[in-house]
Design a protein around this ligand. Structure first.
Ligand code: SAM
Length: 210
């Protein structure tokens, strides 16, 4: 598992959002920010918030209650500081363990660029967050996000992306060798009544309604 330390997080936005997403994964970050703008609600849980830059760029209304769940202290600290106008609560825990978040308490849950870092051979093996998102959402709530995949009917993986993905998998930065966009769609449908998934380059994006 990769160490999300303060010094790594300082370089994270430049590396991931200015280089990897647009140039390698072929999904400029604005497409993920757009998900936040359309679907984040007044009580929002962000799973694996990183630096908080996506939340900041999504310009949530002042006063939105933002809950942050992450196993590392540095991202929780950075994301909290990135959201000065909001009520922020943090949960320091592993996303693959039961979440300490109350049932039916959230209007939206986002999980951006986290699945591909989680251990497990394929999306069905790491589907616990999907069930937890469904549990903590209130009726009508939305679960949305994005993840880098190497396979799927509509997924296009350019040669440079395949190369970088292989390097990241060998170094333990990614664990997405078995992740398939169509499996993600199927897993979401087991917990949510309405599901939409689509691909941009080798990123699959989704919105699922409870
Ligand atoms: C690649 S970053 C994504 C950051 C942000 N969501 C974005 O899209 O830029 C992955 C985030 O997930 C967190 N994370 C990774 N594995 C986790 C786990 N098992 N449980 C909880 N958080 C985890 C990391 O600390 C980091 O904040």
């Amino acid at each position: 598992m990769y160490a999300y330390t303060a010094s790594f997080m300082n370089k994270y936005d430049l590396l991931v959002h200015a280089v990897n997403c647009p140039l390698f994964w072929r999904c400029p970050t604005r497409h993920i920010v757009d998900l936040y703008r359309r679907h984040a609600g007044g009580r929002h849980l962000d799973v694996g918030p990183g630096t908080g830059s996506l939340l900041r760029r999504s310009a949530l209304p002042t006063g939105t209650a933002v809950h942050l769940l992450d196993r590392h202290e540095a991202p929780l600290d950075m994301a909290r500081k990135a959201l000065p106008g909001h009520r922020v609560r943090t949960y320091r825990q592993d996303v693959l363990k039961p979440w300490e978040v109350d049932e039916a308490s959230m209007e939206s849950v986002a999980m951006s660029l986290v699945f591909h870092t989680l251990p497990g051979q394929g999306i069905p093996a790491k589907s616990h967050p999907v069930r937890e998102a469904a549990r903590v959402l209130s009726p009508g709530g939305r679960f949305f996000g994005a993840t880098v995949v190497g396979r799927g009917q509509a997924v296009r993986v350019p040669a440079q992306a395949r190369w970088l993905m292989d390097v990241y998998n060998r170094r333990g930065i990614f664990a997405n060798a078995g992740d398939d966009a169509d499996d993600l769609d199927a897993v979401l449908r087991t917990s949510f009544s309405t599901v939409r998934t689509w691909s941009r380059g080798c990123v699959v994006l989704w919105v699922a309604w409870k």
